[in-house]
Design a protein around this ligand. Sequence first.
Ligand SMILES: Cc1cc2nc3c(=O)[nH]c(=O)nc-3n(C[C@H](O)[C@H](O)[C@H](O)COP(=O)(O)O)c2cc1C
Length: 199
Amino acid sequence: MKRKKGLIAVIAVIVMLVFAFIGYNIYRYPAMPKNLTDERRTLIVYFSWSTSGNTEKMAAYIQEQTGGDLLELEPLNPYPTDYEECGDVALAERDENARPEIANLPDSISEYDTVFVGYPIWWHTAPMIIGTFLENYDLSGTNVYPFAQSASMDTEQFENSMEFVRESAAGANVHDGLFTESSDTEGILDYLTENGFVE
Ligand SMILES: Cc1cc2nc3c(=O)[nH]c(=O)nc-3n(C[C@H](O)[C@H](O)[C@H](O)COP(=O)(O)O)c2cc1C
């Protein structure tokens, strides 16, 4: 009888340990996004200026779906808050092919093999700060996925920006980019699925 009680106690302890283990893992690893990126180390870097934060919205959604790390580029010299004035600064930067400094540029991004790069179209191409970021690293072998949106959604302007990204990310494997409105979560999801980030 005593032996039987002992056995029951041992089984009870084992069952409790198993449940504790399962509970701990659910707590540690809460429902991960259903994606195929576990093997990838993904960075979602973006620049967004307007108060609508359109690029920011796209970046946040991509982050949610891929589980990557998010980085918003902060210009060392913030752009004027006035639209016209910001436009003047941005146009001068484009015409001079300037590389505006970044306040929070990481020392290295070598731990990432996949980098999403997001921006609004500025003056028919990418903001020059995107060039500053991309040219700062050796991106050989890195998979780069540009994403953008704009007021006009003019695809020719997006193509110009893609050309700029390809030139700035020398050696990187620059994939076809995503150009869609920030509210188009279905389109973003399709893009992520097509590129193997989401099942
Ligand atoms: C300096 C500047 C230049 C812009 N140039 C263009 C342009 O050439 N073509 C266009 O369609 N929209 C242009 N826009 C509009 C932005 O692309 C649009 O407002 C975008 O949604 C802003 O994204 P954000 O909220 O992430 O900053 C420009 C906006 C600014 C501030």
